[in-house]
Design a binder for this molecule. Structure first.
Ligand code: AMP
Length: 362
């Protein structure tokens, strides 16, 4: 039985672990948290991500290593890689961890991005405002997630305060993109270079946190463009595993926002909505197994459960609804689970997605 070691034991680890079980794999996780979500899907080594003891234990129990969040220290991945295969490759992680580097990579590959400027001081912020105008989004280059580490400058703010609140330096200013909508492209590349693309997914965020996703996004030209951009990224990085690319749709153009070198929240609907989920294909890719079909089985929608768990009795009355409870302690703004809805046509899917969203927001 192949043994897969996963750094991180959150909900992504949990869903990887469940997919691993169905493939007959043994997944072991490394995470310092007490009873993390993935504890229900495999053994957890309770230790730091960057300490020698936990890493050595994970290494002993694994044939291949992967990770479920992108803030894993690059050095950790590189040190593992000397002893056993680690996927996705460190180069992908290095770019994903720094928004400026990430944008430079997109540009090198001919993938359009919003105009941006690195910012390390108020003087540079003022120059960025003069060049890019307002509103302007100021983000930390590293360690931001779910809209954290970001501020929008609309005019009238105290720039010194905004910069200080974000850590004083190592920031990026981005032009405000008046996008029509947001989509994500999710794909897998295996060790032997096999590629599999999921249907493009449309995403809605509130307060920087993903609320809903639906697929397939109907737009052939944009889908072709996204597949082209994704292919460039996967090939250039010699990527192995599942990669998610977040894009802004502006008319017939796509602007790359960021990529995640891992399975992604906007792909959770693939568990029930595709023949092979993103989780299974990630494992297949890193074990060099043939990738599974990404064909749709229905029109799918997903709603994140954030902050508190809903009354499940009402959900049970709805058909083709799939509840995933990660088993986390509720906290405002925390992703506790998600619900997927499937339907035979886009209209009914959208109607039920609205019902579901209303129910979950109560
Ligand atoms: P991020 O952490 O970069 O994924 O940003 C979180 C969310 O904030 C995105 O999904 C967008 O909804 C919004 N956002 C980020 N950057 C921009 C931008 N340059 N212009 C407009 N909205 C943005």
């Amino acid at each position: 039985m192949a043994r897969v070691g996963i750094i991180g034991a959150g909900q992504l680890g949990q869903m990887l672990g469940y997919a691993g079980r169905q493939l007959g794999l043994e997944c072991t996780f490394l995470d310092p948290a007490e009873s993390p979500p993935a504890a229900s899907a495999g053994r957890v080594i309770a230790d730091r991500f960057d300490g020698p003891r936990g890493l050595a234990a994970l290494q002993r129990q694994s044939d291949v290593i992967s990770y479920e969040f992108e803030n894993v220290p690059v050095e950790t991945v590189e040190s593992f890689a000397q002893a056993l295969p680690v996927y996705p490759p460190a180069a992908a992680l290095r770019h994903a961890q720094d928004r400026v580097r990430e944008k430079q990579l997109f540009e090198t590959l001919g993938i359009p991005v919003p105009a941006y400027r690195p910012v390390d001081s108020v003087t540079q912020l003022n120059a960025a405002i003069a060049e890019l105008g307002t509103p302007l989004v100021l983000k930390t280059r590293r360690l931001g997630y779910d809209g954290k580490g970001q501020a929008v400058i609309r005019g009238g703010e105290n720039h010194q305060e905004v910069v200080d609140n974000l850590g004083g330096a190592s920031l990026i200013a981005e032009e405000w993109v008046n996008f029509d909508l947001e989509v994500s492209a999710i794909a897998a590349r295996s060790i032997s270079g096999e590629l599999a693309f999921y249907p493009l997914t449309e995403n809605r965020h509130t307060g920087g946190i993903l609320r809903t996703s639906r697929a397939p996004f109907e737009g052939q030209a944009l889908t072709r463009l996204a597949t082209d951009y994704m292919t460039r990224l996967l090939q250039d990085l010699e990527y192995v595993g599942v990669l998610a690319l977040e894009l802004f749709v502006c008319g017939d153009r796509l602007l790359a926002n960021e990529f995640a070198p891992r399975v992604h929240n906007s792909g959770h609907w693939t568990i029930e909505g595709c023949r092979t989920s993103q989780f299974e294909n990630h494992l297949r890719a890193i074990l060099d197994l043939p990738l599974g079909s990404t064909e749709l089985v229905a029109h799918a929608g997903m709603v994140n459960i954030i902050g508190h768990m809903p009354e499940t009795a009402t959900l049970r009355e709805m058909e083709r609804i799939y509840l995933h409870d990660y088993g986390k302690t509720p906290r405002p703004g925390r992703k506790l689970g998600h619900v997927t809805v499937l339907d035979s046509d886009a209209e009914s899917r959208d109607r039920r997605l609205l019902e579901l969203t209303a129910l979950l927001e109560n």
